[in-house]
Design a binder for this molecule. Structure first.
Ligand SMILES: Nc1ncnc2c1ncn2[C@@H]1O[C@H](COP(=O)(O)OP(=O)(O)OP(=O)(O)O)[C@@H](O)[C@H]1O
Ligand SMILES: [Mg+2]
Length: 370
């Protein structure tokens, strides 16, 4: 139940011609005891490297890591009071599930009775008590993943580290295991750090999400704060499906009210309800709008944020439909509960962007303005 503190962590690989090739850059983060924190970001952004540095499997180039208040930079993995679960669960094929679960304890010289007690307890928690005598090859993917979780649980670590543990499972099993891990967290009251590139896993599992890009932390916040108040265009575009629409344009002042104009004038928008008008910079900006805040209407004329666009694609996913639109100057995705079919492709239709739900970003560095 320990806190984990990262202070100015760097991972630098030697690059060509003696240059430095940093893959984790100046990462600082305080993870509270019993917190469930999810690292999320695109492939190659440094998530696994960061986790492996916490685990002690990767050397730290600069900075310091504390677990439970103890500096662990030079502490070997086995003495860090952590347990790690990987995507590739790597069970010992020749051992029964029971022996797989108890193996680490045996190595540590734990007594037979103690091992049996802890293995039975973990098997009970994970619902694998009936498979204890089977070999891993006689288990389904989901059952094997539970055994891999069980191996971590029996060690009773104060910090659990997960690196994409559900990636090998099919979609349905992933959803089930997701909620099982969340329940496990509530039950064990341990600190958990979970790495994924799947934003849905991040949103549904994390108490706080750490969004990374190119080795740099972009934002650390609870899921809905990340969704409602993304720090920049990267976070805004990464979290949410379909992704947020971005429209490049100019912010102008029209009769005391800020107006967003975009090439071709197809999307005209009064940002009256966007708040801090005084701080709005005039000039080049990027407007962000989530697909669910850009919806079909019967008549756009006269509505602030109303526009007409050509429908270029229709994707129906059951309860809702995603419409890809061509405004003449930009491609925009609309998400609606209205039914639509492919016959609509090629037709013009009316839409409205909810002026109260848009984001404005700086055109130069992508930071959110309002
Ligand atoms: N030994 C190495 N030498 C040089 N660069 C490396 C080395 N090992 C990893 N990298 C680079 O470090 C970066 C971060 O890798 P990391 O495995 O942490 O990414 P990740 O965020 O976990 O991605 P994924 O979602 O694909 O698992 C990558 O660009 C990778 O190419
Ligand atoms: Mg990885």
């Amino acid at each position: 139940m320990a806190e984990v503190t990262l202070k100015n962590i760097w991972k630098i690989y030697p690059g060509a011609n003696g240059a430095e090739h940093p893959v984790v850059r100046d990462v600082s983060l305080e993870i509270q005891p019993r917190e469930f924190v999810v690292f999320v970001g695109p492939s190659g952004c440094g998530k696994s490297t960061t986790l492996r540095m916490i685990a002690g499997l990767e050397e730290i180039s600069r900075g310091s890591i504390q677990i439970g208040g103890r500096l662990v930079n030079d502490v070997p993995p086995k003495d860090r009071d952590i347990a790690m679960v990987f995507q590739n669960y790597a069970l010992y094929p020749h051992m029964s599930v029971r022996d797989n679960l108890g193996f680490a304890l045996k190595l540590r010289g734990c007594g037979k009775d103690e091992i049996r007690r802890r293995v039975d307890a973990a098997a009970g928690i994970l619902g694998i008590a009936d498979y204890l005598d089977r070999k891993p090859k006689a288990l389904s993917g989901g059952q094997r993943q539970r055994v891999a979780l069980g191996r971590a649980i029996v060690r009773q670590p104060s910090v659990f580290l997960f690196d994409e543990p559900l990636s090998n499972l099919d979609a349905k099993m992933r959803v089930q295991m997701r909620s099982e891990i969340v329940q496990l967290h509530q039950r064990l009251q341990a600190t958990m750090i979970y790495v994924t590139h799947d934003q849905v896993e991040a949103m549904t599992m994390g108490q706080r999400i750490v969004v990374m890009s190119h080795g740099v932390i972009q934002q650390v916040a609870p899921p809905m704060e990340i969704y409602d108040r993304p720090a920049n265009m990267f976070v805004a575009g990464f979290i949410g499906t379909p992704p947020m629409n971005f429209l490049r344009g100019r912010l102008e002042n029209e009769a005391g009210a800020p107006v967003f104009r975009e090439g071709g004038g197809c999307v005209r928008l009064a940002l009256r309800s966007a708040g801090t008008d005084a701080e709005l910079p005039a000039g080049e900006v990027v407007l962000g709008v989530r697909p669910e805040h850009c919806v079909p209407v019967d008549r756009a004329a006269g509505l602030p944020g109303g526009f007409t666009a050509r429908i270029t694609a229709v994707e129906t996913v059951g309860a809702e439909t995603f419409l890809t639109l061509d405004t003449g100057a930009a491609k925009v995705v609309s998400r609606t509960e209205r039914r639509a079919d492919r016959d609509m492709v090629g037709r013009d239709a009316d839409f409205v962007i909810d002026p109260a739900r848009v984001f404005l970003f700086r055109a130069d560095d992508g930071r959110r303005i309002c």
